[in-house]
Each structure stands twice: as C-alpha cells, then as structure tokens.
Ligand binder design. Structure first.
Ligand code: GLY
Length: 388
C-alpha cells in the first residue's frame, strides 16, 4: 500500500501542479462568466499598493492589506486560478499586477505566513509561467521562513506578538508546502528538513485523542516541551475551531504528497473523518464544531473551501477516496449555490459569502474573506482535474 499510495501521491502532485487547455473546457461557460463578472467588480476597487482582504472591512467598506498582511497573496492566487480556468489574458495581467506588488514580502522575517503570502501568489505564477524571477522570490521567502525555525523546539515560530514564549499555530502547517518546493528546486534539503520537523512536532503536540487540534501551542525554548495549549480564534481552548481543523487537514495531506510517509496520510484521514462527523446537511462547516448555538451558529465558508480542496487531493491517495470525493463534490455544490456564492457584483465582488474571520475579537463575522475565494477556486480546479 505504501509504495502504491506514494506513487499515486506523486502523480496527483503532478496533476495538481499542471495546467492545460482541458481546464477551460471542463468549467461551464455560465460559471466562468459569473466568476469573471463577479471578480471584475473586485478588481475595480484594488489600489496600487494593497489588495482586498474582506468585505465589509472592520472599519471600512473593504478590509485592505499591503504586502505585510498574511492574506496579501490570496487575490493574486485567485487571479492566477482564474487565468487557468478561463484562459483569458485579462486575468493573467491582473494576476501579475497583484503578484509583483508583494515583492518586498520575500524578505520578511517577522511572520510565519510567507507560504500563504508568497506561494499562493508567486508560487502559482511560477507554476503557470515558469518566470525565473518569481522562482528567486520564492526561494528567498523560504530562506526568510526557515530563519524562524528553533531546533530545540523543532518548529517554526508562528507569531511575534502576545505573551507566549514560542507560539506555534495549527495554521503554520500551510506554510510548509513552499519549503518542500524550495528543496526540490534548489537541491538543498534544509527547507524540507525544517518542514518535516515542524510537521512531526505539531503532530505530537497539537492534537487531542479525537484528532481535533488546539489552535496555539506554546513551547519552552530551553526544554523544547509544550507549556500552553490554547485558542486564539476559536470558541475556547478545548474547542475545535473549524478553520484550524481545515488548515491541519490540508497541511498533512500536502506532507503525505511530498514525503510518502504513511503517518501523515493517517493524520490527514483522521482529521478528515473528524470534519466529516461534524458536517451539517449542506456540508459547509460551522465556524467552531463545539459552539452550543449549533444549528444556529455561523457557518465558515472559508473552512469549507479549504477542506473541499484538501478532500479532493486526499481522495486520490486514500482507500476511503470515494467517500472523500463525494463530500468534496457536495461542498463545492453548496458553495456554488446562491446561498453561499455571490453574483451580480454583490458581496463587494468577492465570490463567497458567510465566512468567519475572528469571532472572539468580534471581527469579520459572516463576511467575505479573500482566502475563501482562493481555496474555492483551487477546489474547482482540482474538481475539474479529477474529471479529466
Ligand atoms: N490565522 C489565520 C486564520 O485566520 O485562519
């Protein structure tokens, strides 16, 4: 099983990293037109030095971020996916503009979010165009990211704010894909070694017996032991914050693709099964699985989009692939329905409605968020690739 599974993972990795004319034929013309029209409304409000993060914004019509923001890479990534899905050169132009404005982010060493920021923007740009300048930016960003690795803890430090000694958040699993890529293109194993260490330590300390995960684990930098396990964006320290479960799920699916290590496949399957157990009828996740207000609690369409994308990929590796594929298709069907997907320029031009950013801070509750759109488009592309 191990050998077969890994060969499938390598093939699927190639599939998930290739583009082709077939993509364009497999997306219905109506959907392509609606996605394009909707996102063109968003493009009209993009300033030269920022990208749209949310609608409505916290204190403004739109939330906008510059290259420092953790979500700065998602609009460019969405526009790259739109270029792949439609073949329309307009989207290539918009993708390039919103990629190159992030160039300075490659040197940031005060954030762990460089995978989100650089790999979703420059990474997709390089995958699609082969532009050598983009490649150098991604390598530099990987160098900046591994500067945050602490060998005693065995992890990349997530945040520099707060009173934690060495905080690591489950979201950090999403920044490892860029490190695997960097080792492949440079031939230097140091990026991959960091990614594997981070994934292993996180697997040991971030998960409860039922495979739900804590949001934040803080470590002692002298002993390397975990000292605090908490939430920051979930309901409470012991709850299962939906997006955190989706980040971990996606992250371990990538780790299996990149290493063939069965323990990552098992982790991804167990997290996927936990998500399945907590899905409502329409398969769009409640923002936190433990909110006592369920079934009246808010949904988080961003968590559903991330999970759908990962379910498509995991379906190609797992013996339970049929179950995972079915749920991914249902998630996309729901997210594509009028209940969750905006048309006609409403929702500020973002695609998905009903996301939750940071409920405990009373911010971004039931809004549009740029990462929901990014993972929705990625999931649509994966769905089309699987139909080929
Ligand atoms: N901290 C990133 C997120 O909101 O998922």
């Amino acid at each position: 099983m191990k050998q077969i599974g890994f060969v499938m993972a390598v093939l699927a990795g190639m599939m998930f990293s290739c583009t082709g004319e077939k993509d364009q034929e497999l997306v219905s013309d109506q959907l392509k037109t609606e996605l394009s029209d909707q996102l063109k409304t968003l493009v009209q409000v993009i300033p030269d030095d920022k990208v749209p993060h949310s609608f409505p914004g916290h204190n403004a019509e739109y939330g906008m971020v510059d290259y420092h923001g953790w979500t700065s890479g998602f609009p460019a990534g969405s526009f790259w996916y739109m270029y792949e899905l439609t073949g329309d050169e307009y989207w290539k132009g918009v993708a390039i503009e919103n990629t190159v404005k992030l160039e300075k982010a490659q040197y940031l060493t005060n954030t762990h979010d460089l995978g989100f920021m650089i790999y979703c923007s420059y990474g997709n740009g390089f995958r699609i165009t082969g532009n050598e300048d983009y490649k150098q930016v991604i390598i530099q960003a990987s160098e900046s990211l591994i500067s945050r690795f602490n060998p005693v803890v065995g992890c990349i430090r997530s945040w520099d704010f707060g009173s934690w000694q060495f905080p690591v958040i489950i979201d950090n699993m999403m920044n490892l894909e860029m490190l695997f890529w960097a080792s492949k293109v440079t031939g230097d194993p140091k990026y991959r070694d960091v990614a594997i260490s981070h994934a292993d330590v996180t697997l040991e300390h971030h998960f409860r017996d039922d495979m739900s995960s804590f949001h934040v684990v803080s470590y002692d930098t002298i002993t390397g032991n975990p000292i605090e396990k908490q939430t920051h964006q979930g309901l409470d320290d012991e709850s299962a914050w939906a997006r955190g479960q989706a980040w971990g799920f996606y992250g371990y699916t990538v780790c299996y693709r990149e290493t063939g290590d069965e323990k990552y496949l098992e982790a991804a399957e167990r997290i996927g099964d936990l998500i399945l157990e907590n899905l409502p009828e329409d398969k769009v996740l409640y923002w936190d699985f433990d909110d006592p207000a369920i079934p009246n609690a808010e949904r988080d369409a961003s968590a559903a989009a991330i999970a759908a994308s990962a379910f498509f990929e995991l379906s190609t590796y797992s013996e339970k692939g049929d179950i995972y594929l079915e749920v991914a298709n249902k998630m996309i069907e729901s997210l594509s329905s009028a209940q969750y997907r905006a048309t006609g320029g409403e929702n500020g031009g973002f695609l998905l409605k009903h996301c939750v950013g940071h409920k405990p801070a009373n911010r971004e509750i039931d809004v549009a968020l740029n990462y929901a759109d990014y993972y929705y488009l990625e999931a649509l592309k994966r769905q089309k690739d699987l139909k080929k």
